[in-house]
Design a protein around this ligand. Sequence first.
Ligand code: THU
Length: 144
Amino acid sequence: MKPTDAELIRAAFKARSFAYTPYSHFKVGAALLAKNGMVYTGCNIENAGYTPTNCAERTALFKAVSEGVTEFTDIAIVGSLDGKKNTLVTGPCGVCRQALYEFCGPRLRVLMAKSENDYIETTLGDLLPYGFGPTNLEIEPGAD
Ligand code: THU
């Protein structure tokens, strides 16, 4: 059965507890709902070299894709400094918007949550207008 928004947000909070953030101390959790009903969670994983850091959203996405799951309907995201309550919602960074767009397209529901019942609901299309995706690379019928 499809999880409720609150359940998806709860899963994101649980994933956040595993965030590895010795450098920024900003912990993020994401829960990505696949069309098949499975939920894939992820946390941010930082690195002493800084650039190899992986965001929570991409951790969740790559876990799913690496298991053969490529269709998604919703993602819940929570983030805040370690030990602090979030005053702002955490939106996916630009790189994660692009990574998600590849598989989810503009219709993905994005829940940016402060708590299970305090969240902003938007779509990937609103967060990444005119997104560049697989269809942009398709050869148009009749072209050339
Ligand atoms: N971060 C995420 O995991 N997701 C986002 O959408 C925003 C940023 C992480 C990356 C880094 O570990 C920390 O938050 C501070 O930028």
